[in-house]
Design a protein around this ligand. Structure first.
Ligand code: SF4
Length: 392
């Protein structure tokens, strides 16, 4: 635990006792930097021992400080966790098992870049207990993959899915990106079909995000590449909404589709506001009323000198997160339950204000209210941002 939260150690320990945690570990290494990347990642191999040692220390410290609580989901993200050698992955997995109680583990996911996996590594990972894999395929068009600066081609993307299946992974997710310059609708739909046919039981749809400075953004700014129009991206999103259920993968969240029983349990905890601990640079945590994000400055994080962003949510902020996050799930939220919680916190006027603001979106057909249940309609899933802004 770090000094800013030392005074809260008993409260944090209690929060970790109330229900099992999710554990996220960030592996900040990649073979190469993609042209659109805004994640904390580096190609500096020399940093690896220090980063892994720091992760080991953090696992031990937090495990001790929180009293070795139950963890029911583990997620190894990045970066590219699949750049870890089999030995490094084994050591890290053992450290997680020593620090936390995994006796009620529901899911252990690792992210992998198709360009960095092979059958032997996948078998080691599966044998260590990782039972879900999320592959960053993005697209099956070699020209687009080159444009994105990905290190793999389409064939390698599909082979990674097949190799994961052969290694015993039955829960396989693939990332599919939309909004790439030069990508057309037929390509998106064909990619989705091929990924499902190759064994993906879960698809995460990402829109290309060029908010932060990156080489692809510079290409677009210089006029050398043209982004698809907003209408074209919306059309792709809608076409996937239409196509994926008929391929056996209905949506369960705005951008996530899964075969029945194959949703990401770890990611669902974010939308349900269940507690999680993030370790590694830029990782986020939510425990009790506290949310914090580790420094994204890799060198500073490794030395333990990076600034953390720590926030203690007040009751109104915590209440607002219930619809803000929960409405992302297609099943929606129980509005009467929200009202009851608000009443217990003397925050009913806040909920009544939201109700007034939501009314227009219900009338426009973006939200559906049936009894206590409030959820987005299909049209609303596409236009969710203005609705969710009510709760920000
Ligand atoms: S694989 Fe992911 S984290 Fe690594 S450079 Fe590419 S986008 Fe960034």
């Amino acid at each position: 635990m770090f000094k800013e939260l030392e005074a809260q150690s008993e409260a944090l320990r209690e929060a970790a006792r109330v229900e099992p945690l999710g554990l996220y570990l960030h592996i900040p290494f990649c073979v190469d930097r993609c042209a659109y990347c805004s994640f904390v990642s580096t190609r500096e191999e020399s940093l690896r021992p220090a980063v892994l040692e720091r992760l080991r220390q953090d696992l031990q410290t937090w495990g001790d400080e929180l009293g070795h609580p139950l963890v029911d989901t583990v997620y190894l993200g990045g970066g590219t966790p699949s750049v870890l050698t089999a030995g490094e992955l084994t050591a890290l997995t053992d450290e997680v098992k020593q620090a936390f109680d995994l006796s009620a583990l529901l899911e252990a996911t690792l992210e992998a870049n198709p360009g960095t996996v092979d059958p032997a590594w996948l078998q080691v990972a599966r044998g260590l207990g990782w039972d879900r894999i999320s592959l960053g395929v993005q697209t099956l068009d070699d020209d687009l993959l080159r444009r994105l600066g990905r290190i793999h081609d389409a064939r390698t993307g599909l082979e990674a899915l097949q190799q994961a299946r052969a290694a015993g992974f039955q829960r396989i997710s693939a990332d599919l990106m939309i909004g790439i310059p030069g990508q057309d609708l037929a390509r998106v739909l064909d990619d989705a079909r091929q990924l499902v046919a190759a064994g993906a039981s879960h698809l995460s749809i990402y829109m290309l995000d060029l908010d932060k400075d990156c080489p692809l953004k510079a290409e677009v700014a210089a006029g050398r590449l043209v982004l698809p129009t907003e209408d074209a991206v919306a059309e792709a999103f809608e076409a996937l909404q239409e196509a994926l259920p008929s391929l056996g993968l209905p949506a369960y969240e705005i951008s996530n589709y899964a075969r029945p029983g194959q949703l990401s349990i770890h990611n669902t905890r974010y939308w349900e506001r269940r507690p999680y601990l993030g370790l590694g640079p830029s990782s986020a945590s939510h425990l009790g009323p506290w949310r914090w994000t580790e420094s994204g400055d890799l060198h500073a994080w490794t030395k333990g000198t990076g600034a953390r962003d720590i926030q203690e949510l007040n009751p109104a902020e915590a209440l607002a997160e219930i619809p803000l996050l929960g409405l992302r799930m297609l099943r929606g939220i129980d509005w009467e339950d929200l009202r009851a919680r608000a009443a217990g916190l003397a925050l009913l006027p806040l909920v009544e204000k939201w109700e007034q603001e939501l009314e227009i979106f219900i009338q426009l057909g973006l939200l559906t209210r049936q009894g206590a249940n409030l959820r987005f309609s299909r049209k609303g899933l596409l236009l969710s941002n203005p609705v969710l802004e009510i709760f920000v």
